[in-house]
Every structure is written in C-alpha cells, then in structure tokens.
Ligand binder design. Sequence first.
Ligand SMILES: [Zn+2]
Length: 281
Amino acid sequence: MPPGAPCPRRYPDRSMFLKRLVACAALLLSAAGVGAVTLLQVSSSTGAVPTTARSGPSAPPDLPARATTPRSREAGRDRAEERDQAERRGSETDIDWKKSTAVGLPTAGELIDGVRLPAEGRHYFTWDPVRWTASNDAGRLYGTDRLIRMILDIAEAHAGANPGAPRMAVGDLSRRYGGSFDGSYGVLQEFGVGGGTLGHYSHQNGLDVDVYYPRSDGLERGPDSLEDIDLDLSQKLVDRFVAAGAEGVFVGPNTGLTGPTGIVQPLDRHDDHIHVRLPPL
Ligand SMILES: [Zn+2]
C-alpha cells in the first residue's frame, strides 16, 4: 500500500481484507513510533518529563517549557522586589555585626569595631538632628553591638505592644571611631530650631543614643513642639530603656516623664528627645 493511501473499508475476500488490515496497522504503528521518539527528544532537551500521548499531537512539545518560564520569572521578580524593599528599609540583615569595644568615657572616649545602624528598619527610622530631616547621616549612627541590639529589640517590642504607633525615631549615636562629636559635626537643632547645642558633649564611645519622642499625630519625624509629643508612648519608651539596663535616661524637664531616681533624670535641652546611656561592661 503506498504511503498516504487511505485505509480501505471494504474488500472482496477475507484474506485480502486481513493483509490490508495488517499493512494499515503497521503503517499507523510506524507513524506513532516516529511521533513518540520525536516527543521524547524534544522533551528531554527541555528537561520536561513526558506524561501521556495527549501531550503529543494535542499539545506542542515545548508547551511545558513555556508554561514554567513565566512562573520562574515571576518568582525571580518577587525575590528582587523583596531585596529592593529590604534595602529601602535598611533591613537588619544588612548589619555588619562585630564585637565592639567602648573605650574610655562617653565624654572622653573612642569606639573600636563599632556597628552601624542602617538608616531605617522595620520598626525604626533615623532622624538627622542637624538638618532636621530623615534619615540621619550614616557617619552618626555607630554604636557598640550591645547598643545596636538594644535599639532594635526595643523598637520591635514597642511596635508589637503599640500597634499603629509611629516607628521609633533614632537620632545620633557615635561617629565611626567615636571621639569628639562637637559642633564641628553640625549644630544640633532643638524642635527644629537652629542655634541649639553645638554638638554633643558625650556620644563618644558607642554607648549613647538619642531617641526622639513619638508624635501624637503619628508622623515619622522629630517633634516640632512640646504639644507634638505623645507622652504616653514616650513614657513607655522610657520604661523600656530602664528595663533594658540603661545607666542613664535623660528626659526633658518640661515633659513630666519619670522613672527610677538616679536613672531617669531631667536635663535641659532634652525636651524633644530622650538620651539613653548604656553602662560599660
Ligand atoms: Zn544625646
């Protein structure tokens, strides 16, 4: 029977019918065999596992490959977006942890192997006291690993206990190697008004951090007046710093914030932020 000839339906005798039937069946099996081999070759080149004959004629052999490509692209895009968001947030996973050493005193010291707090995190943002804007300069955000850990832990606990509260506002820590942090590094604002303190007297050995009082309007910025301060949230932060083992928590004399005598102390020029000091080890 010539290739391509249609299989006959009626034959004059039985033997002729059987011969034609066998020839026709052989032709069909041969065609199916070629098709199966082709499918296996294409499938193995795409790495897809052939399932049934249904994926042959009714579905192009490259369909599985085309079907997986958008999924993998999508997953890659998701991962890239997560990384971008983490970088924008200054994810805590970006922190280069080291064992730091605070040398000398907060008022006359230095910092060895300081850890830099990222510009912002999930539960905190940083506030530049010189430019009175977010975020703070990276060179002003170094502390001992113990101080950085305390900031992250308290920011997280504060957020968890106060849903809807603004993220904790972190101001200056120390410079990269500690040392003087005087007016040559910028004039500190108070309530966003220039001409305030000429730099820090302390903040020299990675044990000090300034935290701006949370605002009652929920904005993530330093308070611009006493009326902006959420005193309830502020007292909760003071309490957390005391519980975390702070040696000193300096608060504004006009805020009314309180705590254990000798630890929580009113101090001039702290009406817009808390100054927290960890004890040396
Ligand atoms: Zn301070």
